[in-house]
Design a protein around this ligand. Structure first.
Ligand code: HEC
Ligand code: HEC
Length: 291
């Protein structure tokens, strides 16, 4: 693995969620843009406008979806036995960023003209946020069939890049961690569908593939340093598993423990805000040559 090269250490001063949100154009700038009534950036598959969400939040949302929504909207969000519509094609869902549009439907319910409808679901704001995050995560990787309407421009766009420019971009921005002859060898055979390949490299991993673990170092107020694999991090507590398999948790109240994270995918999140449309197209055009 490419482990040692990848240590990017971030000093945590705010909550994990807030930090991620700050790093996400989809959650911050775009929300502002939307509010100002401007259209979203055109020409990209919608998934690309959304960096990967907080895995913990998504997992929680998935649980909530299974209990409260699945019977009507289906295991795969494409509609279920009890008559809920396909959420992957819902304009409301596509326009939603963080549950601000879905929330009212979920919490107040909705009646359709034919008299059927959706009963109000008694979810807290936090649970709405989690389930929305889960729905967006599925949406961001949905494939063609029954997936979001993509529009012709996107279909045509996907392989219009310049492979040579993509190769140069790769050499500058990606080669410190990846190699076309090494870990990415044959990636275009492994992921034959260009759009999925593009989603994979942009987000830094295959859907369903496990996210590489995040290492954390906690320095307690008394100066002890404890290292391990991050299990949970919120405003109040950090939980980790040490190499000998023990779970340890530390309070974060009152400025308590100092926390340093080494998230191997941190660079992928940073890069998200740097790509131009052309960069994305070029890199994809280059990667599809790695058969
Ligand atoms: C009892 C069945 C049922 C349950 C449970 C249910 N829904 Fe619905 N949902 C519907 C129906 C039916 C509609 C369409 C209502 C309408 O046309 O006004 C709908 C509409 C929606 C819409 C709006 C879609 C659009 O394009 O307007 C969203 C978003 C949604 N549901 C999300 C959820 C979520 C998230 C949950 C779980 C927290 C959930 N629903 C639980 C039946 C259900
Ligand atoms: C600082 C290191 C770093 C940089 C720079 C970086 N990546 Fe990654 N990338 C990763 C890590 C870590 C993963 C997760 C894969 C893993 O667990 O092995 C990943 C995953 C991927 C994957 C999925 C690999 C697979 O086998 O499914 C692709 C494709 C990818 N990156 C492409 C790129 C491209 C293209 C760039 C440049 C625009 C880039 N990466 C820049 C660290 C990096």
């Amino acid at each position: 693995m490419i482990g040692a090269l990848l240590l990017v250490t971030a000093l945590m001063t705010t909550a994990w969620g807030a930090r991620l949100a700050a790093a996400e154009p989809g959650a911050g700038e775009e929300a502002g843009e939307q509010a100002a009534g401007q259209p979203r950036r055109q020409g990209l598959y919608p998934a690309l406008q959304r960096p990967p969400g907080d895995p913990e939040l998504i997992a929680r949302g998935q649980g909530i979806y299974g209990i409260n929504c699945r019977a009507c909207h289906g295991v795969d969000l494409r509609g279920g036995d009890l008559g809920g519509p396909n959420l992957l094609r819902s304009q409301l869902v596509l326009r939603d960023l963080q549950g601000e549009l879905m929330g009212p439907v979920i919490q107040n319910g909705s009646t359709s003209p034919d008299g059927s409808g959706m009963p109000a679901q008694p979810l807290s704001d936090e649970d709405v946020r989690a389930v929305a995050e889960y729905i967006h995560d599925v949406l961001s990787t949905a494939t063609r069939q029954g997936g979001p309407p993509e529009g012709d421009a996107v279909e045509l766009d996907i392989l219009v890049g310049d492979p040579a420019a993509g190769q140069a971009y790769f050499a500058a921005q990606c080669a410190s961690c990846h190699s076309p002859a090494g870990d990415l060898r044959g990636i275009a055979s492994r992921i034959a569908e260009p759009k999925e390949l593009q989603n994979t490299w942009v987000r830094g991993g295959a859907r369903g593939g496990t996210r590489p673990p995040v290492d954390v170092t906690v320095t307690t107020t008394s100066g002890d340093r404890v290292e391990g694999r991050l299990e949970r991090l919120d405003d109040f507590v950090v939980v980790l598993t040490t190499t000998d398999g023990r779970h340890r948790s530390f309070s974060r109240r009152g400025g308590g423990a100092r926390i340093e994270l080494a998230d191997p995918l941190a660079r992928h999140r940073e890069l998200l805000s740097m790509y131009s449309d052309a960069d994305i197209h070029n890199v994809t055009a280059y990667l599809v040559t790695l058969k």
